[in-house]
Design a protein around this ligand. Sequence first.
Ligand code: GCW
Length: 672
Amino acid sequence: MPLLVAMIASLAATGPAAAEDGYQLWMRYPASASQPAIEVARDTPMTRAAAAEVRRGLPTGAGPVLLALARDPRLQGLRLATAKLGDEGYSVQRITIDGRTVTLITGNSDRGLLYGAFALLRHLDTGGAIDTVALTAAPAVTLRVLNHWDNLDGVVERGYAGRSLWDWWSLPDVKDPRYTDYARANASLGINGTVLNNVNAKAVSLTAPYIAKAAALADVFRPYGIRVYLSARFSAPIELGGIKTADPRDPAVAAWWKAKADEIYRAIPDFGGFLVKANSEGQPGPRDYGASHADGANMLAAAVKPHHGIIMWRAFVYAETDPDDRAKQAYTEFKPLDGKFADNVIVQVKNGAIDFQPREPFHPLFGAMPKTPLMIEFQITKEYLGFASHLAYLGPLFEEVLDADTGVRRGETVASVVDGADDRHGISGMAGVANIGDSRDWSGSTFNQANWYAFGRLAWDPTLSSQTIAREWAAQTFGQDPAVIDAVVAIMAGSREAAVDYTGPLGLAHLMATGHHYGPGPWVSELARPEWNPVYYHRADRGGIGFDRTRTGSNAVAQYAPRVAKVYADPAKTPLEELLWFHHLPWDHQLSTGRTVWGELVHRYDRGIATVVDMRRQWEALKPRIDAKRWEKAASQLAVQEREARWWRDASLAYWMSINGLALPGGSAPPA
Ligand code: GCW
């Protein structure tokens, strides 16, 4: 049968003007002088998007390229190993067809072609050669989603990059071209879902006008493989439906949600489903009616089930019900529900048991609910790591959690729980709280773009190393000069540990100022609920510092598998990085480093500042090699970071000294 070969008309191949303001993210394709020959064996909106991207990004002389499904008759003689690619994987390789050598992008679906197109461009932009290209990959995780904490009034909760990208006022009529660039950037990483609105949701987001607006965004995103999801307010049947209750066991409530789901699917046939924050920080939920989280999730799951939708139900719950240790609450409440959730529910668990701190031990629910798919939630926006002003590359944080050994089964890591393979869950997922806004550079700083990038790459392949990802990103963002890449990667590599050091070393956490969480506030003790106060977390007194989570304290260690619990129960075995998370120790307790707890704390605060000073020095040296606009902005931000790292250290040490009455090690007097 003759093959339909569509030659795509040539357009300007250079993409948006090469503005040096960070708008292009990591997709700074070289301007191409000639038009590459691109053949697309199938004409669909998604293959058109894939081909357009290749045309935009392919360097001169790198053609021809053929995009064709694995089942394409022309490929049958080639014995390509495509079975393992699944629905979303791709293979990119050189083949000879009709006597001609071409670069083939193939997969079992249009999505494979789309992701293969981006993989080819990444390969070339990171220094790979076209004539030896051989790329094969399939995602380990099925749901790779961003969570936007965007309010309908344009304010982004915990957003530090301007206002929301979604212009709810002008939608659905005006489709800002930026929505397409957003979709391209996400597709380049394999992100395949986006939750448009804040988990602190307003019921109005489920009304007809907002459904139409969401549908308009879904139309823009669809060719890029991105599904739209909405955060749902659990009490919406009361607010919108005039029903007296939102009790999930009430048939009228279930019927309301079913009708609402049907209405949404009429407008958005591939709608992904709902994300729900229930009974947490004042949000309504099933517990208000004595029903369980599973009752609530399953009722919603039934509403979206006929449309193949899913429910992402968050386990981030805390209330005054367990005053003894906030870190224990999610486990206490969710572990007994293992096996009770419908098969289209996935429970979304933050990476740690408190709240996106610069460092937290992995959440004890990972490994503890084998009968339930758990998706991990990371925070890409840096609520607790200096907003957009501080440079902190989160790749090492994500990696550290994903690689953590749960101790439950041999070889089981958080990543292997999340990818669902061990328990053969039908769905698996990774969510990242977006750091995206309408600022020209999307994320408030060039280096924050790397956190979006790292999240996306790890959601596709949780085994990638943060170092590899940093190199990839640096090459695409700053060019292929190895000296630049080395320096940029070196700056990134130590940056998250520096933030840990100057804000809360040795496992201290939640010491930030009230409300906004920017800057130090370890002394805060007057807030209404005990677990809102930093003093609740560090428990410093004249005798020592740290939260005793062993048997003599809250016994949160018992929530981990015995093998892990044994390590965390013993201060001599607990890694120094997590020491004061689990133990309350005397200030003069001797550590393996040869220093006391107090000496080590001071040392690490100083080390954090030294790292930032070094990051600045390295960035200074890059001045001649980086475009002025991006260089200047990062340089100014690094100056802020150094000043504020000192502020953190000085304020924290002054406070600790007011409690322990000790001098600085080495005999120096406390600061005035
Ligand atoms: O720690 C908190 C943040 C809130 C956020 C909440 C959550 C969306 O400070 O701003 O609310 O986490 O994850 O639900």
